[in-house]
Design a protein. Structure first.
Length: 260
């Protein structure tokens, strides 16, 4: 991913700086839900470009070209129009540097993909099944903004539960159940999203089910898909952690972290 600074010119004095900054924040929110920027804490500051006063934001983008207009969905376009009514115009962006701490975005559409995240990740929750690299949401869901937003909300909930169970103090068991049990609202929400993404993109989309616990490594390797109860153990793990894959239910899972 890439660190990018975006610049907005201020072409009207009829509105307060607070109002104009609010318009930029509204655009940031829509960029985020479209997958064009990653993360929730976005610095905004006064800046000057070519002797022109304006506002600027520092963002992380999946690709160098993520902020180009061709990737905008309807809510992003509407937010840009609302900003212009307040005299705020998106003028340009510049690439600061590649983010060496982040995952590199996929360059080719995969043969299959998976809905996967962790509390440590700051990237798209949609990953290539061929490389595990993240896939920008706007590459598949630009014309379905409500689905892209729904995915971001699911990711936030999953990461919050993962953080709680990793911390191991507050709501640990409740949070763990949400990410590892097929009967929970979080699983049902994500599993629906995976099915809907398959339908919209035409690319088989699997759901990642977190696994911890179990009696032994041998018992875990002899487990079955929790939905269809059929064998699902792979001959060789994918990406060194996915030991289970059910092509019928489109479900993948790790070998219990207790027995890794």
């Amino acid at each position: 991913m890439y660190l990018i600074e975006a610049f907005f010119s201020l072409q009207s004095s009829d509105f307060s700086l607070e109002k104009q900054a609010h318009c930029v924040n509204q655009l940031i929110e829509q960029w985020r839900y479209n997958g064009q920027i990653i993360g929730r804490e976005i610095p905004q500051f006064l800046a000057e470009q070519k002797n022109q006063q304006g506002l600027a934001v520092s963002v992380t983008c999946p690709e160098q070209t993520s902020l180009l207009a061709e990737f905008n969905n309807q809510p992003v376009t509407q937010a840009l129009l609302e900003a212009e009514k307040c005299g705020v115009f998106f003028e340009s962006f510049q690439i600061v540097a590649e983010d060496l701490n982040s995952d590199m975005t996929v360059t080719e559409m995969p043969s299959w993909q998976l809905l996967y995240t962790t509390y440590l990740q700051s990237c798209s929750p949609l990953h290539s099944g061929d490389t595990l690299q993240p896939i920008p949401l706007y590459k598949q869901l630009k014309n379905i903004p409500h689905l892209a937003m729904d995915m971001i909300k699911w990711q936030e909930n999953w990461q919050a539960c993962d953080q709680l169970q990793m911390n191991g103090s507050v709501l640990e068991q409740e949070a763990l159940a949400q990410i590892s049990n097929t009967q929970t609202p979080l699983f049902k929400h994500g599993y629906y999203l995976a099915q809907e993404i398959t339908r919209q993109s035409g690319i088989p989309t699997y759901y990642y089910l977190y696994r911890i616990g179990g009696e032994s490594r041998e018992a875990e390797l002899d487990s079955h898909c929790p939905l269809c109860k059929q064998p699902w153990t792979l001959e060789q793990p994918l990406f060194d952690f996915l030991y289970f894959k059910c092509d019928h239910c489109r479900l993948v899972s790790n070998l219990s972290w207790h027995w890794q």
